[in-house]
Ligand binder design. Structure first.
Ligand code: SF4
Length: 345
């Protein structure tokens, strides 16, 4: 169940580099994250999903530069224009209200610091009123929250399994009771059993604590179970967006169809995976028109010239959007895009 908007993003643009050598990494991205919602950002490597997630939470590092747009964060302390916020305002928001679970816990955790020190660091920096004893108490509570015994507090990261390290990362991200947690492929490096355990745990915590999630993954099939809403990215643009199940059951963009065809179905007959021919374009050499046209089996003549507007496709709910010329003028859709809802799962 999701609530009021907590993050509103309009026409966000991001470049890598400055001046003549800058390349456009994100173009005119608009989306809204609601309280308690899981928003999945999916796409192939290099599609811009991590860049978008880090830009909209002002966690983007150089050479990434936000060059336009608007991001409003409606936190518990009021509304804040994140793009205009100064360093002090951002410090108050980061970890307190918006936190991150990074992809590789082994690289994100300090290898020479014990788990208790790493957990209490954030508390010391952001909750100066807490005593050492209270910080340790909170660290124990956080470990328990993610299913780790308190006797692991004095362990070093290398003494924990990959799954436990990732749980510690989640505990750190939740330490200050954030309102938004960005999860950047948090379980990619783990085996499928551990992945499932951790994701189940995460969803339980989200329901219990009420934070919203921006979940980045290249694995679209993962999002059908996790996400409320899915946004598909290609070459730095949001090309399709909609409620998770609706998008799975009736994709309306050829790229989404290709992504879905790259993963085996959960049920039904075994079929050969089609995948998507070719590779995503380099940001330095984006095709003209719709960036997907060199790989698109349904490309029209104008696709190589003009980028399609983002619009609600026929038959989709009001919050459903796709950027594809095939939806213009009520033309008949090719079969994979004409799937009616409820026909594929
Ligand atoms: Fe394919 Fe054209 Fe749609 Fe792009 S706009 S996805 S090239 S049909």
């Amino acid at each position: 169940m999701t609530g009021e908007p907590i993050l509103e993003v309009r026409d966000l643009c991001v470049d890598y580099g400055l001046g003549d050598r800058a390349v456009r990494a994100i173009t005119d991205a608009s989306l809204t994250l609601h309280r308690g919602e899981v928003l999945g950002l999916a796409g192939e490597s290099g599609s811009g999903k991590s860049t978008l997630a880090y830009a909209l939470t002002r966690l983007l590092r150089a050479p990434g530069v936000i060059t336009g747009g608007e991001v409003r964060f409606h936190g518990r302390d009021g509304s804040l224009d994140l793009l205009a916020a100064d360093a002090a305002a951002l410090r108050r928001v980061r970890w307190n209200q918006i936190s991150v679970v990074f992809q590789s816990a082994m690289h994100a955790l300090d290898p020479v610091a014990r788990i208790d020190a790493q957990l209490t660091d954030a508390l010391r920096a952001h909750r100066s009123g807490l005593t050492a004893e209270q910080r340790t108490g909170r660290a124990v509570e956080l470990l328990r929250l993610v299913g780790i015994d308190a006797d692991r507090l004095r362990s070093y990261p290398h003494e924990l399994s990959g799954g436990m390290r990732q749980r510690v990362m989640i505990a750190m991200a939740l330490a200050l009771d954030p309102e938004i947690v960005v999860m950047d492929e948090p379980t990619t490096a783990l085996d499928v059993v551990t992945q499932r355990e951790i994701l189940t745990e995460l969803m339980r915590l989200k329901d219990e604590l009420g934070f919203a999630v921006v979940f980045i993954t290249h694995d679209l099939s993962l999002l059908v179970e996790l996400a409320d809403t899915i946004a598909i990215m290609y070459a730095g643009r949001l090309v399709e967006r909609g409620p998770a199940r609706e998008l799975f059951e009736g994709p309306r963009h050829p790229y989404t169809v290709g992504l879905l065809d790259s993963f085996p179905a959960l049920h039904g007959e075994r079929v050969r995976m089609e995948g998507i021919p070719g590779s995503p374009p380099a940001l330095t050499a984006l095709p003209t028109g719709c960036s997907f046209h060199p790989r698109c089996p349904f490309a029209l003549e104008r696709c190589a010239v003009d980028f399609p507007p983002t619009a609600t496709p026929a038959g989709g709910s009001a919050v459903r959007l796709a950027a594809c010329w095939l939806h213009e003028g009520g033309r008949e859709l090719p079969a994979p895009l004409a799937r009616s809802l409820g026909s594929t799962l």
